[in-house]
Design a protein around this ligand. Structure first.
Ligand SMILES: Nc1nc2c(ncn2[C@@H]2O[C@H](COP(=O)(O)OP(=O)(O)OP(=O)(O)O)[C@@H](O)[C@H]2O)c(=O)[nH]1
Ligand SMILES: O=C([O-])CC(=O)C(=O)O
Ligand SMILES: [Mn+2]
Length: 612
């Protein structure tokens, strides 16, 4: 890249407004390469946001919603080809191929940079280049985790403002110590020739989501969709942060965090990893159906966890917003999310619109509206044989609009985690809840976690795939090294305070095809059982896979569930597990030498127990 200052940068209304030398230099380099019409430093203010969203409305990207029902909220409709993360085009470009591991795409970083330089040359012509200083987690953390996203998308600026702390305050703090920041470069990859009219959702068929783990940098080209373009989220807070966490002895995980208060007023904290579109946001915002148990939210997608001085595991949520799956989020299933959304200040992407300027998606209300405009802008009635909202349509909402947000959300030290849940979407085999015998057997559960694929990633939906710790698309390094890190990190713990690990599945089906377990608020019953296991109160039965609830130990008071459904939801079936073993064997073979020996021992133990 050249370092000559682009004439337009000098001429722009804001000259480089930073004393951070590295940042100033990077911005100059990127602008010289991408050749935008203008460079703009994002201050993060409400006035700026009002201006940008108005520009987006004028450009046809955003549609303002009915101000009475959805104040200061907008709907966006993407290009129909740009609706989800693109895992096939996501790369970990470590210096050594081995360090990317078998779960990631890899390309030599020198070659990849040459390729990206070609793509970014002139990529922002006709557009404004925005510089967004941001921090993931607290600005008051001992070492705040800074990033700077450069983007040519106003939609990305407006969404990043919801998802992270951005703007001048962050920049000033970075400048104080010339702090390290993760450079995160994004372009929709759609330069405009002189006089060329823009489209509502510019993007490029050629998409590249690239991470350089040793440099801790990110480059994203061609997509405007959330996980591909809001680079603080999956790219930084998971892929790059997982590498930082490996090197520095902590954990960056795809987990919700919730606080649970027992009837005796004892607080507990639970972190839970489920793959994309498998229930994290819903569990994090759960309305308990059991008496006297209270749930509060800390996070719905990402947890950064480290062992504290006393050997306790502490977790923070590095995000400032929710980027939640819209379909299935409704007044009956997730009223807390609905109340947060109803406060406004939200951006909805690829949902349907009602005739009175509101939004709708499948599962939002019990009654289906008679007429909608679907996410592709077409007339829609219930007779139309297609969903009105895209299955991966999303709401983007500030987290502090959640009424049940825990006061500890802002604590830079985080909360002490008592239990970790791993869960997937499985029609068969995996019981409602199983407690691991030990940390290592819990790591085994996480490492072999499996789930049916969803619309959150491009590709076929409903295929069972292994998804270790729900991190398959997000581990920024070798997957075997990642499991080793999990296995070894317990050495930092006070054994008395080591979290208990549980495997859960809300999605087992009955012979008729329905969900055996009602899920949503009823999942509080499973949380209660887990906490009562920690307290030594709940009875369990030992099975080859771990401990499952003994008859009568799961609180079912007030729940209408047939004997058959309960049995279907909770039972351990040795035959199903024996049928599962070859898939686990095959999965473990992919790790080669980097599979931790302790996990091989766990699998051998399970195989033997199932043979009896
Ligand atoms: N049957 C059933 N469906 C659920 C349950 N919890 C969530 N879902 C559905 O699963 C889908 C995804 O739920 P979310 O809570 O948004 O999933 P997530 O893990 O936060 O997804 P990402 O944001 O993609 O990481 C929605 O359609 C929910 O309605 C449950 O307990 N039972
Ligand atoms: O990253 C995204 O686009 C949305 C998300 O939370 C996930 O897919 O897990
Ligand atoms: Mn997610």
């Amino acid at each position: 890249m050249t370092t000559t200052v682009d004439r337009q940068v000098k001429d722009s209304a804001q000259p480089n407004p930073t004393s951070h030398a590295k940042l100033a230099q990077w911005v100059e380099e990127v602008s010289a390469l991408t050749k935008p019409d203008r460079v703009y430093w994002v201050d993060g203010s409400a006035e700026e946001n009002a201006r940008l969203t108005q520009e987006l409305v004028d450009a046809g990207t955003l549609t303002p919603l009915n101000q009475e029902t959805f104040p200061n909220s907008f709907a966006a409709f993407s290009d129909p080809s740009d609706v989800a993360r693109v895992e096939e085009q996501t790369f970990i470009c470590s210096v050594e191929e081995r360090d990317a591991g078998f779960t990631n795409n890899w390309m030599d970083p020198v070659k990849m940079k040459a390729k990206l330089n070609g793509l970014f040359d002139g990529a922002m012509r006709g557009r404004t280049m925005y510089v967004i200083p941001f921090v993931m987690g607290s600005l008051d953390a001992a070492e705040p985790k800074f990033g700077v996203e450069i983007t040519d998308s106003e939609y990305v600026v407006a969404s990043m403002r919801i998802m992270a702390k951005i703007g001048t305050e962050v920049l000033r703090k970075m400048e104080e110590t010339e702090a390290f920041f993760v450079p995160a470069l994004h372009s929709v990859g759609a330069p405009l020739a002189q006089g060329q009219k823009d489209v509502a959702w510019p993007c490029n068929d050629d998409k590249w989501i690239v991470h350089f783990p040793e440099e801790r940098s990110i480059v994203s080209f061609g997509s405007g969709y959330g996980g591909n373009a809001l680079l603080g989220k999956k790219c930084f807070a998971l892929r790059i942060a997982s590498v930082m966490a490996r090197d520095e002895g902590w954990l960056a995980e795809h987990m919700l965090i919730l606080k649970l208060t027992s009837p005796e007023n004892k607080p507990y904290h639970v972190a839970a990893a489920f793959p994309s579109a498998c229930g994290k946001t819903n569990l994090a915002l759960l309305d308990p159906t059991i008496k006297d148990w209270k749930v509060e939210t800390l996070g719905d997608d990402i947890a950064w966890m480290r062992f504290g001085a006393q050997g306790e595991l502490r977790a923070v949520n590095p995000e400032a917003g929710l980027f939640g799956v819209a379909p299935g989020t409704g007044w009956s299933t997730n009223p807390n999310a609905m109340r947060a959304i109803a406060k406004g200040n939200s951006i909805f992407t690829n949902v349907a619109m009602t005739d009175d300027g509101g939004v709708w998606w499948e599962g939002m209300t019990d009654e289906t509206p008679e007429h909608l405009t679907d996410w592709k802008g077409q007339d829609w009635t219930p007779e139309a044989n297609r969903p009105a909202a895209h299955p991966n349509s999303r709401f983007c909402t500030p987290i502090d609009q959640i009424d049940m947000l825990s006061d500890d959300y802002t604590d830079p030290e985080g909360v002490k985690i008592d239990a970790i849940l791993f869960g997937g979407r499985r029609k068969t085999t995996v019981p409602l809840v199983t407690q691991a015998r030990s940390w290592t057997s819990g790591v085994f559960m996480g490492s072999t976690l499996s789930s049916e694929t969803t619309a959150a990633a491009a590709g076929q939906v409903g295929l069972v795939r292994r998804d270790p710790m729900a991190m398959l698309p997000f581990i920024g390094y070798d997957a075997g090294d990642y499991l080793n890190h999990w296995d070894r990190i317990s050495a930092k713990a006070d054994p008395e305070q080591l979290p208990q690990i549980f495997l859960v599945n809300w999605f087992r089906r009955t012979a008729e095809g329905g969900f055996a377990w009602p899920g949503f608020g009823e999942n509080s019953r499973v949380l209660k059982w887990a906490i009562e296991r920690l307290e030594g109160k709940a009875e369990a039965v030992e099975t080859p896979i771990g401990f499952i609830p003994a008859t009568g130990s799961l609180d079912l008071s007030g729940l209408e569930l047939s004997e058959d459904e309960l049995d279907e939801a909770t039972r351990f079936d040795a035959d199903e597990w024996r049928a599962e073993l070859p898939g686990i064997e095959e999965w473990y073979e992919l790790f080669g030498d980097s599979l931790p020996a302790s996990l091989r021992t766990e699998l051998d133990g399970l195989t033997q127990r199932l043979a009896r």
